[in-house]
Design a protein around this ligand. Structure first.
Ligand SMILES: Cc1cc2nc3c(=O)[nH]c(=O)nc-3n(C[C@H](O)[C@H](O)[C@H](O)COP(=O)(O)OP(=O)(O)OC[C@H]3O[C@@H](n4cnc5c(N)ncnc54)[C@H](O)[C@@H]3O)c2cc1C
Length: 301
């Protein structure tokens, strides 16, 4: 086993990186273990972040954040953490490649993974012309034609939410079960075109520019933008649960409002893993707040 770290951060996405930068500025001995497969790896453009009015990709933020943290001596390791165990005053972290690390404190920032359709051409469009979150990107569809590719009530509710920005919405519902009449009425009232079917192909104008969706019946629908509302996003709270951290019914972890520490002493949770609005800036805020309190606790150890 390697020497003991003052903090191990599992998840080097937005929350984990921001925490690493802050801990680096306290000159703390920190290891970030990241599997490099988060939502911030997926989004090609964030449009609602201070300082980036033209948008910035998750890849850019991650590269900048890692380089910034490395300036302070923060160590990084690409791996998947498979177990975290509290043993007395330390936390033992084991990775898929068989390595074991120990830390005086632990921050879990493992995030959420979206349920995405398995369609070619999708990835370059994410955040550019295909979106997942109306709070993030409702603005991008202002008065534009939109296809919502979704399932059941999740997609229907997303379609209704989007009427704040546009009244040119087609909802393609992939669910096996038809919507209840009450919901169909609501969609109709808002002039949302309701189609049932399964997407077979994503049509693009050029890389990253959505054009339409072809169903497996051959029917094709065109729009300027697309929103995904398939439901079934996965909260990466397995490690939190393993440690006995309290989670909500929807699997998001619970932390202290002020310190971001979990119910398990010396273990923190931050970012999308926690119950909040799943935003980059919120993840940054939680990361930095967790780091401040990790530093304070380390002063007491
Ligand atoms: C298409 C899309 C568009 C979006 N648009 C916006 C937007 O416009 N504005 C906005 O504010 N937000 C947007 N978001 C949401 C935003 O990306 C998230 O809120 C943000 O990434 C949360 O940061 P995080 O650090 O909690 O999680 P992530 O950035 O997902 O990072 C979690 C990290 O943990 C790692 N990890 C998970 N489990 C393990 C493990 N067991 N071992 C090691 N590593 C692990 C993952 O590899 C990942 O790198 C969008 C998301 C998507 C998918």
């Amino acid at each position: 086993m390697e020497a003991m770290y003052e903090c191990i951060i599992v998840g080097g996405g937005i929350a984990g990186l921001q925490a690493a930068i802050q801990l680096g500025r306290y000159k703390r001995h920190v290891l970030v273990i990241d599997s490099n497969h988060g939502r911030s790896n997926l989004c090609k453009s964030y449009h609602n972040i201070l300082g980036w009015p033209e948008g910035v990709s998750g890849e850019t933020l991650r590269a900048l954040g890692k380089a910034h943290a490395e300036q302070y001596g923060i160590q990084f390791q690409e791996d998947v953490v498979i177990s975290c165990v509290k043993e007395g005053e330390q936390v033992i972290v084991t990775t898929e490649s068989g390595q074991t690390f120990s830390g005086k404190t632990l921050l879990l920032a493992t995030g959420v993974m979206d349920c995405l359709p398995n369609l070619a051409n999708l990835k370059p469009c994410l955040g550019v012309s295909i979106y997942v979150c109306p709070d993030c990107d409702g603005y991008e569809v202002m008065e534009r034609s939109v296809i919502v590719l979704g399932r059941g009530e999740v997609g229907a509710n997303l379609s209704l939410t989007l009427t704040y920005w546009t009244n040119r919405i087609t909802y393609i519902d992939e669910a096996a079960k038809e919507l209840k009449n009450e919901m169909k009425q609501k969609l109709m009232k808002q002039n949302i075109h309701y189609i049932r079917g399964e997407a077979a192909q994503l049509l693009v104008e050029s890389e990253g520019v959505f054009k339409g969706i072809q169903l497996n019946t051959g029917d094709t629908f065109y729009a300027e933008r697309c929103f995904l509302g398939l439901g079934g996003n996965k909260v990466h709270s397995e490690l939190a649960k393993q440690l006995g951290i309290h989670t909500m019914e929807n699997h998001h972890a619970i932390n202290d409002l002020k310190t971001k520490e979990s119910n398990i002493k010396h273990i923190w949770v931050a970012g999308d893993l926690v119950a909040h609005s799943e935003q980059v800036t919120v993840a940054m805020g939680e990361g930095v707040q967790a780091a401040i309190w990790i530093h304070k606790r380390l002063l007491e150890i």
